[in-house]
Design a protein around this ligand. Structure first.
Ligand SMILES: Cc1cn([C@@H]2O[C@H](COP(=O)(O)OP(=O)(O)OP(=O)(O)O)[C@@H](O)[C@H]2O)c(=O)[nH]c1=O
Length: 593
């Protein structure tokens, strides 16, 4: 890729480096960039086991560092930056991630592991672009760079002399290649500055893509610029998948360009039902599960396993390849990274349950959208021949398999969003929480993971509680307990914090008031309510469509921040705060005054 001038593109913008690393500051200053330094308060405590690769961990940490500063600055510094840059450097060797040593012994363990071996240094970088209109929108671009470094064999004396110099302590892997640590290195493959803490060249290339190129450029590298616009990781990836899918369909960028930008979207809208049905059908027939267990099957083998016709299976697999859900090589198929992460049923971030729910419940309801719009009511009677007086009792919970499917769907979403909700606020002062309608406990487990002193009671209907054990994580936590009851009728368990995750949106205002009154009565001043909902403010495509979903499916609706604040204020809750988690659900905290 030819690199164009980029640093000048940032002049006049408020650029913020979300890092306390003196090396990053120096690298960017030397490049002529003018910026402020606001070190991130994000604690580097992400669970490494949740990441498929070390580089994903570094990128996620970089993202969290940058986002924390981007979100804090408008409140604490009373100014909104244009760009926030975050980075995280890690060293990997023998499948381990090495960060900064905690003490000399730790430095010794790290350096003796590196002695005589080649290792990788990854720096993850996140660039957050902040757009301020009525609200602040964040667009996120992330990437990483890998450099390989080989250490000489180091004697004990050499190791201790180096450790006693004090240099290792604030450096990933326990060494600084730019100073005394340079003595330990036999060779470097890749970007030297990446090892020091910031991949300047890759960063400039990303700026070039952002500021000098069209987002739909045919240039392959532009595909790696991934855009977040108040969307989840998954939507971001889907956007990329859709884009490459469009490119393929139109046999190359030039045709797409001729048809124009509008045609892209018209085309997506018109063909969306076929796209969705291919995904739903492959998911329902177990294609992603099968190829996760047995990657590399051909169409005939897949057909045999899923008990389908070879011709039909070939068509389905071909469609999944075109959608970026499967890869094929010489007619053998396997899951793409997207499918591995989200589509097979046992993945930690599986959306399989939610996809089934969309297929079996939302799809029939949405086929009556016109009636929903005309009448302003849900469409259960038209879609399923049964009126839903009580949405849950009459539809989801009166049949075991529908109930399990619904619980799976809720579990999928809660797993994908739970952590973002659980960590959105400092909840350390709340020791007991009650998750009303907490279903499988997915959010409760995330809360106890994020807040070591908190215990959570999941309060849900008896039909749900009796099934919840199917969803417990393998390491169950005795700080999560389940109580059966109906939050409209029964006494609520006592707690300092009440959680309502995707509950209020199911109900009209009259019922919301009944529930909030009960919570208000149970709370003493200082107690709080934590809502996790899709806020309609700013109307992203996801929130707007979610609003339609509620119309076709429930008696309730998605609401704006001020509507929630207003509802809560009637029951004595104030001091409201909202965090846009960049995930499906936003988090909203209100305190009993
Ligand atoms: C391998 C290597 C690393 N480093 C430094 O190691 C820190 C990594 O830690 P981090 O968590 O990425 O950053 P930090 O220093 O804690 O800052 P922050 O961005 O605020 O988290 C950064 O400093 C890097 O330069 C060097 O200076 N030289 C080297 O050869």
């Amino acid at each position: 890729m030819v690199l164009n001038p980029v640093i000048s593109k940032l002049s006049g913008k408020l650029v913020v480096l979300a890092s306390a690393s003196p090396r990053r500051l120096e690298i960017l200053r030397n490049a002529g960039l003018r910026f402020e330094v606001v070190p991130s308060w994000f604690k580097e405590t992400l669970d490494k086991r949740l990441f498929k690769s070390p580089q994903e961990y570094a990128v996620e940490t970089a993202k969290q560092k940058a986002l924390e500063v981007a979100r804090r600055m408008p409140f604490k510094h009373l100014k909104t930056p244009d760009i926030v840059i975050g980075a995280d450097t890690i060293v990997t060797v023998d499948g381990l991630i090495l960060e900064k040593p905690v003490d000399k012994d730790d430095a010794y363990r790290m350096l003796s592991r590196l002695s005589g071996k080649e290792h990788s240094v990854f720096t993850g970088v996140a660039i957050v672009l902040c757009h301020e209109k009525e609200k602040i929108d964040y667009q996120l671009i992330d990437f990483y760079e890998e450099t390989k470094v080989k250490f000489a064999d180091l004697s004990e004396d050499m190791l201790w002399e180096y450790i006693n110099s004090g240099e290792p302590m604030d450096k990933a892997g326990g060494y600084g290649i730019q100073a005394l640590g340079g003595m330990l290195v036999e060779f470097v493959h890749g970007d030297f500055l990446n090892v020091v803490g910031f991949p300047l060249n890759h960063f400039c290339k990303q700026l070039d893509l952002i500021y000098n190129r069209c987002p739909f450029s045919s240039d392959e590298e532009s595909a790696s610029v991934e855009l977040h616009h108040n969307t989840s990781e998954m939507l971001k990836q889907e956007f990329g998948v859709l884009r490459s899918w469009l490119k393929k369909y139109f046999r190359g960028y030039s045709t797409v360009k001729t048809l124009g930008y509008i045609s892209h979207f018209v085309f997506v809208f018109i063909t969306f039902p076929t796209l969705l049905q291919a995904l739903f059908t492959a998911s329902k027939m177990g294609v992603f599960d099968l190829l996760q267990r047995k990657p590399g099957l051909d169409a005939a083998q897949v057909a045999q396993e899923i008990k389908a016709a070879v011709k039909g299976t070939e068509g389905l697999l071909g469609a999944c390849v075109s959608l970026g859900l499967l890869q094929s090589k010489e007619k053998f198929y396997k899951n793409t990274d997207l499918a591995t992460r989200y589509l097979w049923s046992d993945s930690p971030f599986s959306l399989h349950g939610y996809i089934q729910h969309c297929n079996e419940t939302l799809w029939p309801l949405f086929s009556h959208l016109e009636s929903a719009v005309r009448e302003g009511t849900n469409q259960h009677e038209r879609a399923f021949g049964k009126k839903a007086n009580d949405l849950f009792q009459d539809t989801y919970y009166n049949n075991q398999s529908v109930k399990l499917r619904f619980m799976n769907a809720m579990h999928s979403i809660a797993k994908v969003t739970g952590k973002a909700v659980a960590t959105a606020f400092d909840l350390s002062s709340y020791k007991t929480a009650c998750d009303l309608g907490g279903c499988t406990g997915a959010i409760a487990y995330e809360l106890t993971k994020a807040h070591p002193e908190m215990s959570v009671t999941v309060f849900d209907l008896p039909e749900v509680v009796e099934m919840s054990e199917h969803f417990h994580p393998s390491h169950t936590d005795n700080r999560v307990s389940f109580v059966a009851g109906d939050f409209f009728k029964d006494e609520l368990p006592k707690a300092d914090l009440y959680i309502l995750a995707r509950i209020l949106h199911d109900w009209p205002d009259e019922k919301v008031h009944i529930l909030l009154k009960k919570i208000g009565d149970a709370c003493t001043p200082g107690c709080a309510v934590l809502l996790a909902e899709t806020m309609l403010d700013g109307q992203t495509a996801y929130s707007a469509l979610q609003g339609l979903n509620m119309l076709a499916q429930t008696e309730g609706m998605e609401r704006t921040e001020s509507q929630y604040a207003d509802l809560l204020s009637k029951h004595g809750f104030g001091d409201t705060r909202v965090v846009r988690t960049m995930n499906f659900l936003d988090a909203f905290l209100a305190v009993k005054m």
